[in-house]
Design a protein around this ligand. Structure first.
Ligand code: GDP
Ligand code: MG
Length: 164
């Protein structure tokens, strides 16, 4: 039985791997996918967590480098954010910093930053973490699957930790 349902919004510059991360994470058996012409794809995934079964409604919001009014509409009533950048393109982290400033309730809501495409860099992760200065930060690869499940589970834990 599903105890709680959370709307999670994925944001990040074009091409960082948002859609690929969802494909990697979401088991099709539990997913409900549809596309609209206005640039959002919604997938769902049911997860067993320490505090019961939860359902994540994952909004893959296609966007530009700055939040548009349309995107802001999609973000309404979301419970948490998944911010995605591409570790091989550092400017994609600057895009996220811009989003964070534009999201009024950002600091109050559970969130996580995925430094995706970690398969493309050999650099030491500790050094990269110092350079990025965003948290909580997880190095992921939608290609190899590294940390994808773990990252989503961390966000799920932050979501369930909040009072109903
Ligand atoms: P989106 O625009 O953020 O939804 O990005 P996509 O999921 O469409 O991915 C953009 C491109 O990056 C595609 O060619 C993907 O195959 C590639 N890509 C996504 N994630 C990874 C990753 O973790 N590693 C590598 N090497 N390529 C990736
Ligand atoms: Mg996409």
């Amino acid at each position: 039985m599903i105890d709680r349902v959370f709307k999670v919004c994925l944001l990040g510059a074009p091409g960082v791997g948002k859609t690929s991360l969802l494909h990697r994470f979401v088991n099709d058996t539990f997913s409900d996918t549809y596309k609209t012409t206005v640039g959002v794809t919604i997938k769902t995934k049911t997860l067993a967590t320490d505090s019961g079964e939860i359902k994540l409604i994952l909004w893959d919001i296609e966007g530009e480098r700055e939040l548009t009014e349309m995107q802001k509409q999609y973000l309404k009533r979301c419970h948490g954010y998944l911010l995605v950048a591409d570790i091989s393109r550092f400017d994609t982290f600057e895009v996220l910093e811009g989003y964070q400033k534009a999201l009024e309730n950002y600091t109050q809501l559970p969130h996580i930053v995925f430094a995706n495409k970690s398969d493309l860099v050999d650099e030491d992760k500790t050094q990269l973490t110092d350079r990025i200065e965003m948290s909580p930060l997880v190095f992921t690869s939608a290609k190899t699957g590294e940390n994808v499940e773990e990252g989503f589970m961390n966000l799920a834990a932050a979501l369930t930790a909040r009072p109903k």
